[in-house]
Design a protein around this ligand. Structure first.
Ligand code: FES
Ligand code: FES
Length: 158
């Protein structure tokens, strides 16, 4: 199969087995190893990426299903120049430990705040309910996402 889509803004065309799921494609074909694989059945959230604005588990969709889509991975969430609002907030709140879950948490939070920059704590907890953290950072990453909201509010930007 051959699938063409945009990854972090750049067009790519991938040849591979029809069963190649998007997470393996990102990590093993495109070299974007920031997307992590844990359960490979949609239960841990580690493989979450953003497809056409929605947070989805990349282990649950086939690469061919991304045809024509815009895919954003954790590598596409910030430039090299400065920390993003989420990165700044996660650092301040020590909202990660080993970091294994972190890419999925950041992509999920980014998709949420892009659509709902005023999301409250309950909404954030709900959106992140599929992102499991074995280091038990859950309370801290909710606090970090709450802080990062101001960076997503258009009226708050200079
Ligand atoms: S590896 Fe995809 S949700 Fe766990
Ligand atoms: S920081 Fe280790 S699994 Fe979440």
């Amino acid at each position: 199969m051959r699938a063409g889509f945009r990854i972090n803004g750049d067009p790519v065309a991938v040849d591979g087995e029809p069963r190649l799921h998007l997470a393996d494609c990102l990590c093993n074909v495109l070299g974007l190893t920031g997307t992590h694989l844990g359960c490979e059945q949609g239960a841990c959230g580690a493989s979450t990426v953003i497809v056409d604005g929605a947070a989805v588990c990349a282990c649950l969709i086939l690469t061919v299903q991304a045809e024509g889509a815009s895919v954003v991975t954790v590598e596409g969430l910030s430039s090299d120049d400065a920390l993003s609002p989420l990165q700044t907030a996660f650092r301040k709140h020590h909202a990660l430990q080993c970091g294994f879950c972190t890419p999925g948490v950041l992509t999920t939070a980014h998709a949420l705040l892009t659509e709902e920059p005023d999301a409250d704590a309950d909404r954030i907890r709900s959106a992140l309910s599929n992102n499991l953290c074995r280091c038990t950072r859950h309370i801290l990453y909710v606090a970090a996402v709450l802080q990062a909201r101001s960076g997503y509010r258009k009226t708050d930007k200079p």
